[in-house]
Design a protein around this ligand. Structure first.
Ligand code: GLA
Length: 403
């Protein structure tokens, strides 16, 4: 590749446009579309960041690919294996990004081939600014060159971060990479990691397949912790955005912490269930080769995964909050409703709901099915109460009209 090819010059023009007038952003966005066939249900996979941070290398990625197959994760739907920050080395004399030669001596193409041979898809990470969040070379000014490189390596998913972007316009910056990905002709899921600052849910449906709605998650039940948030804090930020998600375009409340050790199994079940109710991407973030049986059984729960992946693609939302007790509903395919009862309190609690809260006629007879128990628990009319929902626990039900 020459120092600045035609593609590269085009990229430079677009970069100039980012720092130009606001109307340019609108123009760029109009001209781009997201590939309609991608991410029709929320993406599922694994990402290295939550557990391993910058400690990534090709051995970890190969071992994780092997374990995703052996543990049944691949067959349960976890498709994308994504390396987050810190895979990067330097750019070569042509400006082409190279992997860290110590950590990825076989190169990214060989790694992607390995992952593909396991029946998985391969994802990578970059950033719209001058450097990634961990200070590695990022894509500003190299969007077309990087996208072409990713496509040549066989990348199927790009997570694109927002560090070191100074005064860049988010919509314009993400639209450039959208254009660059389109230009490769390879279907690549585009994951916007802008933390919700520029309200991507208002503009990103024509740019990406998923957009982060919040700052980073941390492996804690609740609260704000420096720059990151516990699960309940994230839920409260993400829940009101439910009307903006639809097939191909998802709210992303960040990757899963299930199995990373900071929460109880009950809390991990709640975290996983709430992500499924919100139709969030299910991107596991734990040590897959070494996960315990209880953690595996959370991540592989068939009914909760099916809830997340419901083909209607309509996220659920909270319909009532009585102090620590919450009732959530999600419309699912076939006219059924999923209902999640959440107890944020420190003692077990009874939680009830009624058919009219779900939009059903009060006299409708319906079967109540418990998804974690994988069994029907009642056939009834009008209302239902679950006794002793555990502290920090959930009960997830589906309500099926008996016609
Ligand atoms: C940001 C993102 C995280 C992760 C790190 C990597 O904080 O929000 O998800 O990608 O950068 O440095």
């Amino acid at each position: 590749m020459t120092v600045c090819s035609r593609k590269c010059r085009f990229a430079l023009l677009l970069v100039l446009a980012v720092f130009g007038s606001g109307s340019t952003a609108g123009l760029l966005a109009q001209g781009t579309t997201v590939d309609a066939g991608l991410a029709m249900t929320p993406p599922m996979g694994w990402n290295s960041w939550n557990k391993f941070g910058c400690n990534v290398d090709e051995k970890l990625i190969r071992g994780t690919a092997d374990a995703m197959v052996a543990s049944g994760m691949r067959d349960a739907g976890y498709q994308y294996l994504v390396i987050d920050d810190c895979w990067h080395g330097q750019r070569d004399a042509h400006g082409d990004i190279q992997p860290d030669p110590q950590r990825f001596p076989s190169g990214i193409k060989a790694l992607a081939d390995y992952v593909h041979a396991k029946g998985l898809k391969f994802g990578i990470y970059s950033d719209a600014g001058t450097k990634t969040c961990a200070g590695r070379p990022a894509s500003r000014g190299y969007e077309f060159q990087d996208a072409a490189q990713y496509a040549a390596w066989g990348v199927d998913y790009l997570k694109y971060d927002w560090c070191n972007t100074t005064t860049q316009n988010a919509q314009a910056s993400y639209s450039i990479m959208r254009e660059a990905l389109n230009h490769t002709g390879r279907p690549i899921v585009f994951s916007l990691c802008e933390w919700g600052t520029a309200k991507p849910w208002l503009w990103a449906a024509s740019v990406g397949n998923l957009w982060r709605t919040t700052g980073d998650i941390t492996d804690k039940w609740d609260g704000k912790h420096d720059y990151s948030n516990g699960v309940m804090t994230i839920v409260d930020l993400n829940e009101p955005l439910w009307p903006y998600a639809s097939p191909g375009h998802w709210n992303d409340p960040d990757m899963l912490e299930v199995g990373n050790g900071g929460m109880t199994e009950e809390e991990y079940k709640s975290h996983f269930s709430l992500w499924a109710m919100m139709a969030a991407p299910l991107i596991a973030g734990n040590d897959i080769p070494h996960m315990t049986t209880p953690i595996r059984s959370i991540l592989l729960n068939k009914e909760i995964i099916a809830l997340d992946q419901d083909p209607l693609g309509k996220p659920g939302h909270r319909i009532r909050r009585d102090g620590d007790r919450e009732v959530w509903v999600r419309e699912i395919a076939g006219g059924n409703r999923a209902v999640l009862l959440l107890n944020r309190g420190t003692a077990p609690a009874d939680i009830h709901f009624s058919w009219d809260e779900l939009g059903y006629p009060v006299k409708l007879k319906a079967t109540v099915h418990d998804m974690w128990k994988a069994s029907d628990v009642a056939t009834t009319v009008g209302t239902y109460t679950v006794h002793d929902v555990p502290s920090h626990g959930v009960v997830v039900l589906s309500i099926k009209p008996v016609l």
